[in-house]
Design a protein around this ligand. Structure first.
Ligand code: PBG
Length: 346
């Protein structure tokens, strides 16, 4: 019986003269069964590489569901504590805390109050998990301002870069004092990393690390997050967050944050920017983080809820793609469940 020239499954192909030749190069040998696939797998997603973002709402007596992020809530202080303990027990690398104050104002004063929700939450979590799991904090004003911008405004309505940076530096010191291991400035103000590093050092927090949102695009994929932090933003953030069309700009931001003393650099969002993650990975020796943002979460959850995709497989594939692109660590709302499923086994 003869086989078609391209019929690899038969193990032979016909030369032009009709002689059967064995096919010896068979990549399929390495895909035979789970043990073989596991043996040669290049990329893994391990709990220690994952960071779970957590929202805590001031004055809540019950967790408040976030409609556009099924399964994610604004926590009460109690459920925040319990979830942080579970995160530590699951072996996660860290939690990233976001606070939502009851009252917002033009200068985001809740961010700088010692009894402000985020500062209270950091102390509460620090008392529970110690050093078992890193406490990371969002250093930004958008959760605290009534206009929803990441900083304070000038008289003509622009975000005032240098005044905002001073507030970030104060915030970072408060977070470190409350027990944060890592502070994460996300507001894309020029000079924010350097100012925070100086303020931390001057206040004795030389061991507090800075995870810099070095590369952060003005993205439509933050939509559900705005609901998560009850944001009242009108307009957009295009005068401070980056244009999605640009990659050289990302490398410039990276170089500045490195020079200013960033310890870890982050790219955000992740999925529409896998090429940027790769470019940053190749341009720095620092650990690279990527933020698998709210809109990326919502897309998979929404499609899965319709029965249109296999949710668990899509989650693992998504996180694997971000690691493969070059991210050492990932901030993801799926961190806990990914850690609790056997990592790398699917
Ligand atoms: C700003 C901040 C944002 C996110 C993390 N930090 C919102 C924004 O920049 O508009 C988005 C995270 C997500 O979408 O999951 N404090």
């Amino acid at each position: 019986m003869t086989s078609r020239p391209d019929d690899a499954s038969r193990g032979v192909r016909l030369s032009r003269s009709g002689v059967r030749r064995p096919i010896t190069r068979r990549p399929r040998r390495l895909r035979t069964n789970p043990a073989m696939r596991g043996l040669v797998r290049e990329t893994t997603v391990e709990p220690r590489q994952l960071v779970l973002p957590l929202f805590v709402g001031e004055g809540l007596s019950e967790p408040r569901p976030i409609g556009s992020m099924p399964g994610v809530v604004q926590h009460t202080l109690d459920t925040l504590r319990a979830t942080a303990v579970e995160a530590a027990e699951s072996g996660l690398g860290g939690v990233m805390l976001f606070g939502i104050p009851e009252h917002k104002d033009a200068t985001g004063s809740g961010a700088l109050a010692d009894d402000g929700i985020l500062n209270v939450a950091i102390r509460a979590v620090a008392a529970e998990i110690g050093d078992d799991c890193l406490i990371m904090t969002d250093v930004c004003l958008d959760e605290f301002t009534d206009h929803g911008h990441c900083g304070v405004l000038t008289a003509d309505g622009n975000v005032d870069n240098d005044a905002t940076v001073e507030l970030y530096a104060e915030m970072a010191v408060l977070h470190a004092t409350a027990g944060a291991h890592v502070v994460a400035p996300s507001g894309m103000m020029d000079g924010q990393v350097g100012a925070i590093r100086s303020a931390l050092d001057a206040s004795g927090h030389i061991g507090t690390a800075i995870l810099a949102y070095a590369v952060k695009y003005a993205s439509a994929f933050y939509g559900p997050f705005r609901e998560a932090v009850s944001s009242s933003l009108q307009g957009d953030r295009k005068t401070y967050q980056q244009d999605p069309a640009n990659v050289r700009d990302a490398l410039r931001e990276l170089a500045l944050d490195e020079a200013e003393g960033a310890d870890i650099v982050m790219v955000k969002p992740a999925l529409a920017y896998l090429d940027v993650i790769r470019a940053v990975r190749e341009a720095t020796r620092l650990p690279v983080a990527a933020y698998n943002v709210s809109g990326e979460y919502a897309m998979v959850e929404a499609a899965a809820a319709q029965g249109w995709i296999d949710r668990d497989a899509a989650v693992t594939e998504t996180l694997t793609s971000i690691r493969r692109a070059g991210a050492d660590l990932i901030l993801t709302y799926w961190a806990m469940e990914q850690a609790q499923s056997a990592p790398g086994s699917r």
